[in-house]
Design a protein around this ligand. Structure first.
Ligand SMILES: [Zn+2]
Ligand SMILES: [Zn+2]
Length: 330
């Protein structure tokens, strides 16, 4: 089969590699569509410590079951269209046993630590495959993974009904979180992003205010702030927008060595809460359901998918801030 192979940081090629064969509890998925995200850029740059090289990346994907291991339950027959939770939790470490598999001491993920879906086929544990309804195409199905991360993140904030909220960053994750916050009853929801074209999408998806700089929010204060950029300055900006008693979700992936300045007096005196959110935790089925019911619409975020040979172009477009969400159809 053809697959995108990262031989080492910074170096990738489309190559012929052996077709995957399923282990007893796995299915092989013929990949329809696979998204590219910030994590892929980190893996490409050699800035994602768990990633081994060579690696076939790709962790946001949907496709069709074409082969099954001997022990796979019969409800995933060949031809079943699925989206796949890439999470690989060990199940036996202290955190897995405490129900926090996303913090697994032996954490792995399809496309991050083992072969992924920038390939014609990928073998995945059958329990990670979620059936897609007929009306969701593969590109929408591939949005289940980023949406499941957003669902977990918004859950980390607790109930948000009636809370004024601000989302800093109107990329894929910010725009998914905007929709989830509104669905959960938060409002008004403001969005801040330096790229004006993204603000139009934010407005179309229900942002009450969408501005290129937080100073344009007129001094408003918020019960909930979300950083969906990972940029230290943006996180400081988001914290600065919190009202007393406010909660901050650090969702964006900052560089591992980055630091921010926080006023401990404010955290104390204003009873601020700062929470983090890491990947997917019991939120994948819900993400598929939210897409299936049209509660979250990724449509305005999506660009026309590129072929596998277009991976480099997709990387350049993500880096250049062109468009919002890019997919590859292997
Ligand atoms: Zn991703
Ligand atoms: Zn574990």
């Amino acid at each position: 089969m053809r697959a995108l192979v990262l031989d080492r940081p910074g170096s990738f090629r489309v190559a012929d590699v052996p077709d995957p064969t399923p282990r007893p509890t796995e299915v092989v998925v013929k990949v329809d569509c696979c998204g590219i995200c910030g994590t892929d850029l980190h893996i490409l740059a050699g800035e994602f410590p768990p990633a081994p090289y060579p690696l076939v990346p790709g962790h946001e994907f949907a496709g069709q079951v074409v082969a099954r291991g001997a022990d796979v339950a019969p409800d995933l027959p060949d031809g079943t269209r699925v989206a796949v939770d890439p999470s690989l939790f060990c199940g036996w470490c202290r955190r897995c046993r405490a129900g926090r598999g996303n913090l697994c001491e032996n954490w792995g993920a399809i496309g991050d630590t083992v072969s992924g879906a920038f390939a014609e086929y990928v073998a995945v544990p059958a329990v990670n495959a979620y059936r897609l309804p007929d009306h969701l195409d593969g590109q929408y199905g591939a949005m289940a993974e980023p949406l499941s991360c957003a669902v977990h993140g918004v859950r980390r904030l607790g109930p948000v009904a009636g809370d004024a909220a601000v989302v800093v960053g109107a990329g894929t994750m910010g725009l998914l979180i905007l929709q989830l916050l509104r669905h959960a009853g938060a409002g008004p929801v403001a969005v801040v992003d330096r790229v004006a074209s993204r603000l139009d999408v934010a407005r179309a998806l229900g942002a009450a205010q969408a501005v290129t700089d937080a100073s344009a929010l007129g001094g408003a204060r918020f019960d909930v702030a979300v950083d969906a950029t990972g940029a230290p300055e943006a996180i400081e900006t988001a914290l600065g927008l919190l009202d007393r008693g406010g909660r901050m979700l650090v969702f964006g992936v900052a560089p591992a060595q980055a630091a921010i300045r926080v006023s401990p007096f404010r955290v104390y005196n204003d009873e601020l809460t700062i929470v983090g959110s890491m990947a997917v935790l019991r939120s994948f089925g819900q993400a598929v359901d939210l897409l299936a019911r049209g509660v979250v619409d990724p449509g305005p975020l999506l660009a026309e998918p590129l072929p596998l040979s277009g991976y480099g172009a997709a990387v350049d477009r993500v880096r250049g801030g062109q468009g919002i969400k890019w997919h590859v159809r292997p």
